[in-house]
Design a binder for this molecule. Structure first.
Ligand code: NAD
Length: 485
C-alpha cells in the first residue's frame, strides 16, 4: 500500500502499536483488485490480557477527570480526524472497497462528528437531586468500567468512533476488536486519540476473528459489550454477556421496509430507494431492501429507477467519479449472487443487473427484482448486498401488516405527500429508526438502533449516554436514624 497512513502493527495497546507474530495471520484484501495489501495477526491470549490490563489500570484515573477535560481531548481528536480526512478516507477505501466519493464524506467525518458531539456532552453528564422532605437522594452518573466494542466490516472507522466516543465521554476505557475483514481503520482512530492527548490504555485495538471477540466478552474484567454485527452473532454475544451480567448494546441486521404510496414524489422515492439499497454496494444494516410500491405507480417507479441505475459509475473506487464500488469480499459477493439465483428460481422478475462483473475485484451489478412476494427468501432474509426486492401493494393496513411481518426491526421508511398518513405509518412501524420522505440518514444527534431481533440499546445522541454509564443513588438523612430496637 503506497499511502502514508498505513498502520505499523496489528494492535494498539496502552498508547502504542504492538505486534505479536505468534497470532494467526489475517490477510487484508483490497476489494477492488483482490490484492493482499497488509497482513495483521490475530491477538493471542497474551495480547488480549495486555489490553485488558492496560484498560483496567487506565480507567479509574480517566473517570476521575472532569467531563470538560475528557471532552476537550475527544474534540481535539475530532479536529485531527477532519484535518486528515483525505488520508483516512483512502485507508477506509482500501479496507472496505467503498468508493472515495463515499468515504470522503461519510466515514472519518461521521467518526469526527461522534467525537465532537460526545466531547461536547462529556461535561454535561450529571446526576440529579431528589428532595425527600428534610432528607434527600442524589444520584451520580458513573462509568461502567471497561467497555468492549466489536465491529462489523462495513463502516470500520465510524463504528470504532460510535462506540469509542460515548464510552470515553462517560469515563470508560475501551477495547475495540474490528472485523477481521477490515482491521486497519480502527488503529488510526486509536493513534489519533492518543495524539489528541488521550492517556495510554484508554482506547485499545486488538485484532482477531470471533474467538478473540468471544474471549473479550467472557473476561470478568469487562463490564460492557457493544456489538455491531449479524443477528446470529448477536445472539451468541448477548448470551455470553448475560452469563457475566454485563451491559450490552446490540446493533444487528435488518430487512427493512420502505413503502412508496401512490401520491409520493417518484423522483425522491427513487432517490431514497437508491440510497437505501445501493450505497456502499448495499452493505448497510438499515437498508430498505423490501420496497413496497403502490401498484398505480409501480411501472413508472421501476422505469425511473432502472434509468437512474444506468447512471451509476462502477469502477475504481479511488476515482472520485466512481459511485458504485466492489463488495467487501469475494465471500460477500458470492452470498449476494446466491440470493439472486434464489430470487430467479422463486419466480421474481429480474428488472436490472443480477450478475457478477468480470475482471479483478469483487464487483457485481446493482440488482432489482420486481413482483417479489412476501414468502420469497429474497424478501425474508438479510442479503447485505445490492439486491432490491420490489413488492406490490394497494391498501395501507395490508402493507403495514406485511411491512412488520419480519423478525427484524432496524429501520423503515415511507414516501407520501399525505402528512397524517406519513406520521400514522411511522407510528405503526415496528422499527427503531424511521424515515419520512428520506432514507438512511444517521446524524449523531439522533438515536440509532433496532427493535425485535435487530438489537438492544441505542447508539448516538443523548440516549447513548444511558448505555455507557450507570446511576448510583446516595441517600442522605438529616435527622436521627429510627430503628425498631
Ligand atoms: P458478523 O456477525 O459476522 O461479525 C461481527 C463481528 O463479530 C466481527 O468482528 C466478528 O469477528 C465478531 N464475532 C463473530 N463471532 C463472535 C463471537 N462468538 N463472539 C464475539 N464476537 C464475534 O457480522 P459482519 O458480517 O461483520 O457484518 C454484517 C452484519 O452486521 C449484518 O448483519 C449487518 O446488518 C450488521 N450491521 C449492523 C449495523 C447496525 O448498526 N445495526 C451496522 C453495520 C452492520
Amino acid at each position: 500500500m503506497s499511502i502514508n497512513t498505513q498502520p505499523t502493527a496489528s494492535h494498539f495497546i496502552d498508547g502504542q502499536y504492538v505486534e505479536d507474530t505468534a497470532g494467526a495471520p489475517i490477510e487484508v484484501i483490497y476489494p477492488a483488485t483482490g490484492e493482499v495489501i497488509a497482513t495483521v495477526h490475530a491477538a493471542t491470549p497474551a495480547i488480549v490480557d495486555q489490553a485488558l490490563t492496560a484498560a483496567k489500570r487506565a480507567q479509574r484515573e480517566w473517570a476521575a477527570m472532569s467531563g470538560t477535560e475528557r471532552g476537550r481531548i475527544l474534540r481535539r481528536a475530532a479536529d485531527i480526524m477532519r484535518e486528515r480526512n483525505h488520508d483516512l478516507s483512502i485507508l477506509e477505501t482500501y479496507d472496505t472497497g467503498k468508493p472515495y466519493q463515499e468515504t470522503s464524506v461519510v466515514d472519518a467525518t461521521s467518526g469526527a462528528d461522534a467525537l465532537e458531539y460526545f466531547g461536547g456532552m462529556a461535561a454535561t453528564i450529571t446526576g440529579e437531586h431528589i428532595q425527600l422532605g428534610e432528607d434527600w437522594v442524589y444520584t451520580r452518573r458513573e462509568p461502567l468500567g471497561v467497555c468492549v466494542g466489536i465491529g462489523a466490516w462495513n463502516y470500520p472507522t465510524q463504528i470504532a468512533c460510535w462506540k469509542g466516543a460515548p464510552a470515553l465521554a462517560c469515563g470508560n476505557a475501551v477495547i475495540f476488536k474490528p472485523s477481521e475483514t477490515t482491521p486497519l481503520c480502527a488503529l488510526k482512530v486509536a493513534e489519533i486519540l492518543v495524539e489528541a492527548g488521550l492517556p495510554a490504555g484508554l482506547y485499545n485495538v486488538v485484532q482477531g476473528l470471533g474467538d478473540v471477540g468471544a474471549s473479550l466478552v467472557t473476561d470478568p474484567r469487562v463490564d460492557k459489550v457493544s456489538l455491531t454485527g449479524s443477528v446470529p452473532t448477536g445472539r451468541k454475544v448477548y448470551a455470553a454477556a448475560a452469563e457475566g451480567m454485563k451491559h450490552v448494546t446490540m446493533e444487528l441486521g435488518g430487512k427493512s421496509p420502505m413503502i412508496v404510496f401512490e401520491d409520493a414524489d417518484i423522483e425522491n422515492a427513487v432517490s431514497g430507494a437508491i440510497l437505501g439499497n445501493f450505497y456502499s454496494s448495499g452493505q448497510v444494516c438499515s437498508n430498505g431492501t423490501r420496497v413496497f410500491v403502490h401498484t398505480d405507480i409501480k411501472e413508472a417507479f421501476l422505469a425511473r429507477l432502472s434509468e437512474r441505475l444506468g447512471d451509476a459509475v462502477i469502477g475504481d473506487p479511488m476515482d472520485p467519479d466512481t459511485s458504485f464500488g466492489p463488495m467487501v469480499s469475494k465471500r460477500q459477493m458470492e452470498i449476494a449472487l446466491d440470493y439472486i439465483a434464489k430470487g430467479e428460481a422463486e419466480g421474481a422478475r429480474l428488472v436490472y443487473g443480477g450478475k457478477a462483473i468480470e475482471g479483478d475485484g469483487f464487483y457485481m451489478q446493482p440488482t432489482i427484482f420486481a413482483d417479489v412476494t412476501d414468502d420469497m427468501v429474497i424478501a425474508r432474509e438479510e442479503i447485505f448486498g445490492p439486491v432490491m426486492a420490489v413488492l406490490d401493494f394497494t391498501d395501507e393496513a395490508d402493507v403495514m401488516a406485511r411491512a412488520n411481518d419480519t423478525e427484524f426491526g432496524l429501520a423503515a421508511g415511507v414516501f407520501t405527500r399525505d402528512l397524517t398518513r406519513a406520521h400514522r405509518v411511522a407510528a405503526g412501524f415496528e422499527a427503531g429508526t424511521c424515515y419520512i420522505n428520506t432514507y438512511n440518514d444517521a446524524p449523531v444527534e439522533a438515536p440509532f438502533g433496532g427493535v425485535k431481533a435487530s438489537g438492544v440499546g441505542r447508539e448516538n445522541s443523548k440516549a447513548a449516554i444511558e448505555h455507557y454509564s450507570q446511576v448510583k443513588s446516595v441517600y442522605v438523612r438529616m435527622g436521627d436514624v429510627e430503628a425498631p430496637f
